[in-house]
Design a protein around this ligand. Structure first.
Ligand SMILES: [Zn+2]
Length: 267
């Protein structure tokens, strides 16, 4: 069964939530999409029943702190298995040129030589340049440039083994040139920083991020069956109910606003 396991659902400055990252689980295999910005990646994987040695494929959408820095903690802790046990599985890392360059610099800057050598020996880097389809975790994953205004941001689309089309758009407003790609999709994952109905919508939303209302209005004509909203603020204990209530005013089909550690079954 295909599932999305939300390890985090918050934006880059959340404290109560973890930053947005998730596992795309397909049967016994899985792809980790982004890693958040702290050691909570390890904690939240464990809470959902995963060992670090269960993760062999990691996609980093862009090189912002809240997506890439958790990778350092993942490497730091998984390296113990390489060093102290006979664990030998390679870890495939998928990312654009900015991401790959940042990973290389991070490894060199923050790890002692022994750890650098262990990590570099056991990761396989795949540099994404434009559209590319790769077999990962039993699925054909097509990565694409999301044409973001900020740092180079990649998304992906896949038709899962149950025939459902899923598109992940990263954490910026969907560029209109991608609308043909997401039209009629079964599941689209799109960010929304906060609700529109609240006072004090920050400037960053107008430039790079959406409100629940603005993403729903943009997606409504595209006949998306299920809209998954993430990369949210963490100031609401009842975020799910409040966000879904606003979404339903502007979006006719199903809206899912997951909490951290929530499992979305792709049906
Ligand atoms: Zn982010």
């Amino acid at each position: 069964m295909e599932k999305i396991i939300m390890l985090g659902t918050g934006h880059g400055r959340v404290i109560d939530l973890y930053n947005t990252c998730f596992l795309l689980q397909n049967g016994e295999d899985r792809l980790l999409v982004d890693t958040g910005g702290s050691i909570r990646i390890v904690e939240n994987l464990a809470k959902m029943g995963y060992k670090l040695t269960d993760i062999h494929n990691i996609f980093i959408s862009h090189c912002h702190t809240d997506h890439i820095l958790g990778l350092c903690w993942f490497f730091k802790l998984v390296s113990v298995f390489y060093y102290k046990t006979d664990y030998k599985e390679k870890i495939n890392i998928y990312g654009n040129e900015e991401v790959v360059e940042a990973i290389d610099k991070l490894i060199s800057a923050v790890f002692p030589k022994l750890l650098q050598d262990i990590v570099k020996k056991n990761i396989v880097i795949h540099v994404l340049k434009g559209e590319e389809t790769i077999d990962i975790a039993g699925e054909k994953i097509t990565f694409f440039d999301a044409l973001a205004k900020g740092n180079s941001l990649y998304g992906f689309e896949t038709v899962l083994t149950n025939g459902k089309k899923l598109v992940f758009l990263g954490d910026e407003i969907c560029n209109q040139s991608l609308y043909n790609r997401i039209k009629d999709a079964d599941y689209v994952m799109h960010e929304a920083f906060c609700m529109d109905s609240e006072e004090g919508v920050p400037q960053v939303v107008k430039e790079h991020h959406s409100t629940v209302k603005s993403v729903c209005e943009a997606m409504e004509p595209l006949n998306i069956k299920n809209l998954i909203i993430y990369h949210t603020e963490d100031s609401h204990k009842d975020k799910k109910e409040l966000y879904e209530k606003e979404a339903k005013q502007y979006f006719s089909n199903n809206v899912i606003v997951p909490n951290d550690l929530e499992i979305i079954e792709i049906k």
